[in-house]
Structure formats: structure tokens, C-alpha cells
Design a binder for this molecule. Structure first.
Ligand SMILES: NC(=O)c1ccc[n+]([C@@H]2O[C@H](COP(=O)([O-])OP(=O)(O)OC[C@H]3O[C@@H](n4cnc5c(N)ncnc54)[C@H](OP(=O)(O)O)[C@@H]3O)[C@@H](O)[C@H]2O)c1
Length: 331
């Protein structure tokens, strides 16, 4: 018989609109309705979780709430035939951790259509080192290649390279045979990024053109951007003809000021990436790539391990852009 109580991160809002974070005890019957009850073994901390943890209503509308968009564990109960108790599974994104209680918790209950079997060749912890960040980086490259990107076209620039999506993008691109220009604001991450496979590491100002020119001398053949704002605008105007730029994130700014010239003179593709609602069938395909041809042997270099009790300082660091690689939480 399963013990009915478990531990979870809980964000609460008081009447004055102030938010607080605590590790509390909850019971299984307090979890939302769903097809599959999962005991979480590992979760991860993402930028979205950090925002949800401070009461960002663009991410989470209602509190109290438990963040955590990434979780991996074992099925305890299932109302559907395709999952059985004991199955190892992964849940990333959809509404998990946004408006449905998330995986920074020892148990979650979710719709079956959000759950994928743990891909063969990856263990539960590895699936969380990859997590939404790795899936996002992999979807970006997959989409770029579908639009014709090839290693022989030249290097791919990655912005916010030391972060979760960035470090996974650098590693996956290197594994797939690309040269990588990794851009970072952290002087102490140059060796880390080289070790992940970057051929060149540059200061983030290198991808921050402040001239009013609509295009600049091409420096990269494509890009994966986690920053937005002028970084994304610079990636577009400095991209070699026919290259693809995948727009994933907004840590710098949600705005984009550009001209149409990169598109109509150089044929640049601006590719939008939304891993949260990425279709299940393609999600399986991309996970299979991550478990096979894009399988990374250096996942241990990317991860910082912590427990639920040790998580709080990492939330603060992530909001300031100070974390490195992936933060994985052993539940
Ligand atoms: N589209 C999707 O499906 C999807 C999925 C996952 C994440 N995202 C988005 O992708 C972004 C990154 O997420 P993450 O989980 O990788 O976050 P993260 O681990 O916190 O990484 C963000 C990195 O961006 C850089 N950075 C931080 N503040 C910056 C600033 N003001 N200007 C320029 N660079 C800055 C830092 O790296 P350096 O010091 O190396 O520059 C930082 O480590 C977020 O906006 C997130 O919401 C989108």
C-alpha cells in the first residue's frame, strides 16, 4: 500500500500579491485528475519553472501551485491500457508545471497523452538532463535540417550558450557534426563550452550589432537563439544566405526589431520553436534521435545535481542568468 503523503515545492500568494516558496507535504488525492499517476524520480529546473516560482502569471495563472515542466519516473496507477504500473516514463511540457501541478514534487497525475515511455538507451536521470531544454535544442536542429541546413554550410551560432537550452544545443550540434560558435556572457564558461564541443566561444556582445545596417557580414550559417531581442535581430542579419535561425527564447527580450532584408535578399528562414505543444508523434521521433544518433556521452558534464531542499538558490541564480547547463533534482 502506497504512503499517501509526499513532498512538493509549493508556491503560494498572499492577499497582498506576495509570493512565497516552501517544501510542503501533500497527499495523492490533492493532485489534479488524470489518467496516469507517476512517482517522480528526477525533475529538472527550467527558466519557465523559475518564473512560475516567483508568481509570473504569464506562466502560471493561479496559485497555490507546484512548478516543474520536466519529470521522469515510474507509473504507479494508470487508467489507460498503454501504461502499466512499473513503466518508466517521461513527461515534459504541455501544461505540466504551468497550470497543472508540476514535477518538482514526488508525485504527479497527468493525462496519458502527455506521457512518453522512457526512450530506450536513456536512463531516468539522463532523460532529465536532456529534458525540455534538450528537446527544444533537438527540435530546433531537426527543423533547421528539414529546411536544408547541413554541417558543410558553416558554423551554427548558439546564444545563451551556457544555459540549459544553449548547452544542450552546443552539444547536440557538435554531435551532429556541426561547427559551433557559442556565445556567452560568462567568462568562466569558455572551457565548459569548448568541452561540450564548441569550436569557437565568443562574448555575447559579438552577437549584438548596434549599427542601423539591415545586414552585416555573414558570420554563421544558421543559429539557435535563446535570447531574443537584438541578439535575434543580429543573428538574422549576420546569417549566410539560405540559413535557418531557430527562435526559442526570450531571456534578453521578447521584442524583435528587424527589416525584411535578411529574408528577401538572403532567403533566411526564421523558425519558431514551441516544444510545449510539439505534436506527440514528432516528439517520439526527436526523443528517438536523442537516444540514438544524437545520443550524448557528455551529459555528466552538463548537469548540476541537487535535492528538492537544495533547489531554492538555483531558482534565484537562474532568474539572474547565472546557472550553467542543466539543474537536475533528485526527488
Ligand atoms: N520555445 C521553447 O519551446 C522553449 C523551450 C525551453 C526554453 N525556452 C526558452 O529558452 C530560454 C532559455 O531557457 P533555459 O531553460 O535554457 O534558461 P537558462 O538555463 O536560464 O539559460 C539562459 C541563458 O541565457 C543567457 N542570458 C541570461 N540573461 C541574459 C540576458 N539578459 N541577455 C543575454 N543572455 C542572457 C545566459 O547564458 P550566457 O551567460 O551563456 O549568455 C543564461 O544562462 C528561455 O527564454 C526559455 O523560456 C523555450
Amino acid at each position: 500500500m502506497m504512503d499517501n503523503s509526499f513532498r512538493a515545492l509549493r508556491i503560494t500568494e498572499d492577499e497582498s500579491g506576495n509570493f512565497s516558496r516552501n517544501i510542503i507535504s501533500r497527499t495523492i488525492d490533492e493532485l489534479p485528475e488524470g489518467d496516469v499517476l507517476i512517482k517522480i524520480h528526477y525533475a529538472a529546473l527550467n527558466f519557465k519553472d523559475a518564473l512560475s516560482s516567483i508568481g509570473n502569471k504569464g506562466v502560471t495563472r493561479k496559485y497555490p501551485h507546484t512548478p516543474g515542466i520536466d519529470g521522469a519516473g515510474v507509473v504507479v496507477e494508470s487508467k489507460v491500457g498503454n501504461f502499466n504500473p512499473g513503466d518508466e516514463v517521461v513527461v515534459t511540457s504541455y501544461d505540466l508545471g504551468m497550470n497543472v501541478d508540476g514535477a518538482l514534487s514526488q508525485y504527479i497525475r497527468v493525462p496519458a497523452k502527455w506521457v512518453i515511455p522512457l526512450p530506450e538507451g536513456i536512463n531516468l536521470k539522463e532523460s532529465m538532463i536532456i529534458g525540455t531544454a534538450g528537446l527544444t535544442a533537438a527540435i530546433s536542429l531537426y527543423k533547421m535540417e528539414r529546411n536544408g541546413q547541413k554541417p558543410e554550410h558553416g558554423p551554427i551560432a548558439v546564444s545563451g550558450a551556457s544555459g540549459g537550452v544553449g548547452s544542450m544545443a552546443v552539444s547536440i550540434l557538435a554531435k551532429a557534426g556541426y561547427q559551433v560558435i557559442a556565445s556567452t556572457g560568462k567568462e568562466d564558461c569558455y572551457d565548459f563550452l569548448k568541452k561540450l564541443g564548441a569550436t569557437e566561444v565568443v562574448d555575447r556582445e559579438y552577437i549584438n550589432d548596434d549599427s542601423s545596417r539591415p545586414m552585416i557580414k555573414p558570420k554563421w550559417a544558421g543559429a539557435i537563439d535563446t535570447v531574443g531581442g537584438n541578439t535575434l535581430a543580429t543573428l538574422l542579419k549576420g546569417c549566410k544566405p539560405t540559413g535557418s535561425v531557430a527562435a526559442c527564447g526570450l531571456v534578453g527580450s521578447p521584442n524583435l526589431s528587424t527589416t525584411v532584408f535578411p529574408f528577401i535578399i538572403n532567403g533566411i528562414n526564421l523558425l519558431g520553436i514551441d516544444s510545449a505543444n510539439y505534436p506527440l508523434e514528432e516528439r517520439h521521433y526527436v526523443w528517438a534521435k536523442l537516444a540514438n544518433e544524437w545520443r550524448l556521452s557528455n551529459l555528466d558534464d552538463i548537469v548540476t545535481d541537487c535535492s528538492l531542499d537544495e533547489l531554492d538558490p538555483y531558482i534565484e541564480m537562474m532568474l539572474k542568468g547565472e546557472t550553467k547547463g542543466r539543474i537536475v533534482v533528485k526527488m
